[in-house]
Design a protein around this ligand. Structure first.
Ligand code: AMP
Ligand code: MG
Length: 395
């Protein structure tokens, strides 16, 4: 059997970062910057008021209370400004440019709020409540490095330096297909022997949680020809494909039957539980990676976490690899098959303990849904006593 690490290494050696595209800012959330972003201007671009209040010369209000004439009113966006002469005040709003002559802003709360003249009750230091030009960014400064993942705040600074488009690796488009003649769309009636398709929903959601775009292409029964047809339809728009089911040792294994003859997809046994049967390879002229995951719901979920997610990270131009683990004390005994790495479902608590959930079968999706962690038991360990320190992957 192939080790989990060797299988992941093969996958990561095959998948490539997606080519960068000029993305509209609106489309860039979750993309990875492929250029350095710098600011053409200082930010803020001009000295402006940090508060609603009065622009004054600080020396004029050293003795308070003092009443000054209000010679102008400046809102944010004002262009024409009258200079503040000695003994003058200008009513000013947050974000408005500070007029020439003024060296401080007095918050409105420290005044009587007058519009013709204003009584100021507290003195301020020169520079008070003024946001200086270039305080955040100097003209030409790099605000984001290449390789940065674009989240909301990063998107904000891209727009904040005036950019409409940005060169970035887009989120991979991932098509999810489930196989199985027993599958029925949720919402439909179950005939004897049927179950509702859950994997295509789980995997599409997992793709989205991983920062990629998931397209659920539904389920195709157990006919290899129908699967090939479906793959053909979706290959054009896919950066990666995930299938579930049809990869094990029985008869009616449509994924194995359809893809084995192509010679570009390998089906192997990986030394893990759950999720031993795994297929991986590439399809079509564009060498689109395909992950043929096992059908049991917990198996396909764990396989996604271990193999697909790091591959998607690499496609996005992010550092990928084995999921990070934390250590915790297990609250009860664990069993694991010799020679296979186990990923047992557990609940990680804030006190640093992890409790295995009831129901560790690879079909027990409800048990998975009650867990928030996978407890890793290495290949050479078959029994773990309660109270032992274990490695845990947070979900
Ligand atoms: P397979 O890998 O196709 O042999 O399927 C293994 C087990 O997983 C069987 O019990 C299937 O019924 C179940 N299974 C396969 N695909 C799905 C799916 N999309 N949703 C829920 N269960 C599935
Ligand atoms: Mg099947």
């Amino acid at each position: 059997m192939k080790s989990v690490d060797a299988h992941l290494a093969d996958i990561l050696a095959t998948v490539r970062p997606l080519a960068p595209l000029e993305l509209e800012v609106e489309q860039a959330l979750g993309a990875t910057l492929a250029e350095e972003v710098s600011s053409p201007v200082p930010l803020p671009p001009f000295d402006n008021s940090a508060m609603d209040g009065y622009a004054v010369r600080a020396a004029d209000i050293s003795e308070v209370p003092v009443t000054l004439p209000v010679i102008d009113d400046v809102a944010a966006g004002s262009e024409e400004l009258r200079a503040v002469g000695p003994g003058h005040a200008v009513r000013i709003m947050t974000g408005a440019p500070v007029p020439a002559g003024a060296d401080a802003v007095v918050p409105v709360e420290w005044t009587d709020g007058g519009t013709v003249s204003v009584r100021i009750d507290r003195p301020v230091q020169a520079g008070n409540a003024i946001r200086r030009a270039g305080e955040d960014v100097q003209a030409g400064d790099v605000v984001l490095k290449a390789g940065t993942l674009i989240g909301a705040a990063q998107l904000g600074i891209i727009a904040g330096v005036g950019r409409r488009r940005v060169l970035a690796r887009p989120r991979p488009r991932v098509v999810v297909i489930s196989t199985g003649a027993e599958l029925v769309e949720p919402g439909g009636q179950l005939a004897p022997g049927q179950i509702w398709d859950s994997n295509s929903f789980t995997l599409t959601a997992a793709v989205r949680e991983a920062g990629a775009e998931g397209f659920r292409a539904g389920s195709v029964g157990d006919d290899p020809a129908v699967l090939l047809d479906k793959l053909d339809t979706h290959l054009v728009l896919a950066d990666a494909i995930i299938t579930s089911g049809g990869v094990s040792m029985g008869a009616y294994e449509p994924v194995k039957e359809a893809l084995s003859p192509l010679g570009t997809v390998r089906f192997e046994k990986v030394a893990m539980q759950p999720g031993m049967p795994q297929g991986f390879g590439v399809l079509g002229d564009d060498q689109v990676p395909i992950f043929a995951l096992p059908g049991n719901p917990v198996s396909s979920f764990v396989s996604f976490r271990l193999f697909v997610r790091p591959a998607l990270d690499k496609m996005r131009g992010l550092p990928g690899g084995m999921p990070e683990t934390v250590t915790a004390y297990v609250t009860g005994p664990l069993r694991s098959p010799a020679g296979r790495r186990s990923y047992l479902r557990g609940v990680l608590a804030s006190d640093g303990t992890v409790s295995p959930v009831h129901g560790q079968g690879s079909h027990q999706l409800a048990a998975l849904a009650s867990a928030n962690a996978l407890i890793v038991v290495s290949e050479d360990v078959t029994e773990v006593a309660g109270g032992t320190e274990v490695e845990v992957i947070r979900l």
